[in-house]
Design a protein around this ligand. Structure first.
Ligand SMILES: [Zn+2]
Length: 379
């Protein structure tokens, strides 16, 4: 049987730390892997677990600037703390510790591996949970992101004339990816996120629509705090799916940040695992070649549960109702007392919902006027 799904992994994902006080917990990769394994989702007949390979300097230079890579590499060899704020390096947000360069090159390389598995090796889909560093800029670290794996991995496809749809579900605006492709119509970027009005990275507003040749190919759906699954699902149904359908890309790449969940400590959206599963099923149903990458998520067990459900949806596999007992033991040692794989259903309070619905309707009305006609979508 052809193994038509690739899961990209390396034990070396777990060999770095941002420091014990930093919200980005690298343990989430290991926990996600352990939970998928405990649910029997990595030894499925259609699955191949593919070892991630690190991005080379040459590959990184397709998108990142040489002076930035040089300084990132140099600082990473030093066990003293180093800082250069011009490049966004060395503060509390983007600390630099020894080994960072080789670790982040591996995380970035995992996305290159995933794209290769789908585009060159003909896999139906691939999941690279190590990717999704959507705030990375060509010469600046931002929002815990040092490299921009999607921008790096897509460069060869652009040179071949391929068209790509990028969808970003993370609670934060995918500013780095948007900026990388703001002036081209070869990549349609769509980001749904908590409004940047008073929230990092303070961008992703409804009127950011691309420029020049790229006008109409950057799309944002800012959501107000307390938007819940019903709002998130409408954003998919009314904007994301019609645009993907109209654009007909050669490849779909989606950022599956799990920080839109209501129990995430850094954000104010109120999504649950039900939305993550819904979105993953929608992407699979497009029947497009699909690469899913990871992203934010600052509650490690949430991330493990959400990404396990993404992978199960890709496989079309069932998952147990309860977290497997081996996994419950692991998480209880980390101080978590959860025992259900899925979140219980959750709706925002009615006043919050009414406000979120009004804001969504206004935003969608603007997209319907300005963007849908460019894509020949009838609203
Ligand atoms: Zn995020």
């Amino acid at each position: 049987m052809h193994k038509n799904l690739a899961f990209i992994y390396s034990q070396r994902f777990n060999t770095y730390t941002y420091g014990s006080l930093h919200p980005m917990k690298v343990e989430r990769y290991r926990l996600s892997y352990d939970l998928m394994e405990a649910c029997g989702l990595l030894h499925h007949p259609g699955v191949e677990v593919v070892e991630a390979t690190a991005a080379t300097k040459e590959e990184l230079l397709r998108f990142h600037r040489a002076d930035y890579l040089d300084i990132l590499e140099r600082y990473s060899q030093n066990n003293q703390s180093c800082a250069n704020f011009k490049y966004g390096l060395g503060d509390m947000e983007n600390p630099v510790f020894e080994g960072l360069y080789s670790w982040i090159s591996l995380m970035c390389g995992a996305t290159i591996t995933a794209v290769r598995e789908v585009v060159q090796h003909g896999r139906r889909a691939a999941f690279s949970m190590a990717g999704g560093w959507h705030h990375g800029h060509a010469a600046r670290a931002s929002g815990f992101c040092y490299l921009n794996d999607v921008a790096v991995a897509l460069q060869p496809l652009l040179q071949q004339g391929k068209r790509i749809a990028y969808v970003d579900l993370d609670a934060h605006h995918g500013d780095g990816v948007q900026q990388a492709f703001y002036a081209t119509d070869q990549v349609l970027t769509i980001s749904m996120h908590e409004s940047g009005k008073d929230f990092y990275p303070y961008s992703g507003f409804i009127r950011e629509l691309g420029e020049g040749q790229g006008y109409g190919y950057s799309v944002n759906i800012p959501l107000i705090p307390h938007s819940d699954d019903l709002i998130l699902e409408q954003a998919m149904q009314r904007v994301v799916l019609p645009l993907i359908d109209a654009y007909r890309p050669d490849l779909l790449i989606t950022q599956m940040g799990a920080d839109f969940m209501r129990t995430d400590p850094l954000t104010r959206l109120e999504g649950t695992t039900a939305f993550m599963e819904y979105a993953a099923r929608c992407f699979m149903q497009t029947e497009l070649p699909w690469v899913a990458v990871g992203g934010g998520g600052y509650h490690s067990i949430n991330v493990a549960r959400a990404w396990t459900l993404v992978w199960a949806a890709m496989l079309g596999a069932d998952v147990p109702y309860m977290l497997p007992s081996d996994f419950q033991t692991i998480v209880s040692e980390l101080g978590y007392d959860q025992n259900l794989l899925r979140d219980p259903p959750h709706l925002a309070n009615p006043d919050d919902f009414a406000r979120a619905q009004k804001a969504l309707d206004e935003n969608i009305a603007l997209l319907e006027r300005r963007i849908f006609p460019l894509h020949h979508i009838r609203s």
